[in-house]
Design a protein around this ligand. Structure first.
Ligand code: THU
Length: 138
């Protein structure tokens, strides 16, 4: 299992908290920030972005993941998610993140008490379906 140093966990947690401050969540009022640590030490962040057409709302994790991929980074060392309660990613986001590696530490940051909980995507999404399950292209 990949492990992150305490310094890296702190760096990533702070970036997720910072991104949470940019969340656009006027409908649910549940703000979420996510930050992804790239292989080169850079951090790319995202936040939830809601929409008046509620079903179009985008979670923070997918917003960060899309930004990382769009910037050319598909290998990640860790993901931090900040919210009130330090909630784990929703099912859709687990699947979305798993595309880019199951052995990725996930840091859940609780904005209420500052607690950080570290788990792995493979624990959050056991028996997962992923790219390796598809037949090879001819
Ligand atoms: N949300 C996230 O950003 N990430 C999750 O994993 C769970 C839910 C957002 C979506 C919506 O904007 C708000 O939280 C309430 O569901």
């Amino acid at each position: 299992m990949a492990k992150l140093s305490d310094r890296r966990i702190e760096q990533l947690a702070l970036a997720a908290v910072d991104a949470c401050g940019r969340a656009y969540a006027p409908y649910s009022r549940f703000e979420v920030g996510a930050a992804i640590l790239l292989e080169d030490g850079q951090v790319i962040a995202g936040c939830n972005v809601e929409n008046a057409s509620y079903g179009l709302s985008l979670c923070a994790e997918r917003s960060a993941a899309a930004a990382a991929v769009a910037a050319g980074h598909r290998k990640w060392r860790g993901v931090a998610i900040a919210s009130v309660g330090g909630v784990p990613p929703c099912g859709a986001c687990r699947q979305f993140l798993a595309e880019f590696g199951l052995d990725v530490p996930i840091i859940l940051v609780n904005l209420i008490d500052g607690a950080r909980k570290v788990c792995h995507l493979s624990d959050l999404l056991p028996s997962s379906f992923g790219p390796d399950d598809l037949p090879e292209e001819a």
